[in-house]
Design a protein around this ligand. Structure first.
Ligand code: C2G
Length: 130
């Protein structure tokens, strides 16, 4: 059965993250999650994550449909991560549509529709305003 890889910050875990991970797992038997380092999140989103890397790794590795986690230090290292984990399929949300097509050389690349109306940024805003 296939080995699936996906990447993300997964900060303040919410239903959009859970659905993405569950759907990713349904493509195979082993789901590997590359979790963005705190520094990578600052460079992607311009802010530190609410939960530090070690907490996010522990939360994700506690999910029954996640089999392995590792630290994603750079967006540019995906080919190396795919090779070192022997992944067959890369799954990403469609906010990244087209961005990783060049990795088809190493594995199948699949984009899944995002869950509408939920994001970590919105959750942070709602908590700030309450
Ligand atoms: N996601 C989703 N629906 C949402 C929010 C997020 O399906 N409402 C998906 C995203 O598309 C992504 C995954 O959940 O595939 C993780 O989301 P983020 O933590 O926001 O990931 P991001 O910081 O964009 O990191 O190398 C790529 C990156 O590291 C992805």
């Amino acid at each position: 059965m296939s080995r699936i890889i996906t990447f993300g910050t997964f900060d303040v875990l919410h239903i959009g993250h859970i659905r993405l991970l569950k759907r990713a797992k349904s493509f195979g038997s082993h789901l590997i999650v590359g979790v963005s380092s705190d520094e990578l999140n600052v460079s992607k989103k311009g802010r530190a994550p609410v939960y530090p890397l070690n907490s996010r790794l522990e939360i994700l590795s506690s999910l029954r449909f996640v089999d392995d986690v590792f630290v994603e230090d750079s967006l540019e290292l995906k080919a190396e991560y795919i090779k070192s984990t022997n992944a067959d399929i890369l799954v990403m949300g469609d906010d990244w549509q087209g961005r990783f097509d060049h990795l088809n050389e190493y594995c199948k690349v699949v984009y899944l529709p995002r869950t509408p109306s939920i994001s970590t940024t919105e959750v942070i805003e709602i908590i700030k305003e309450s």
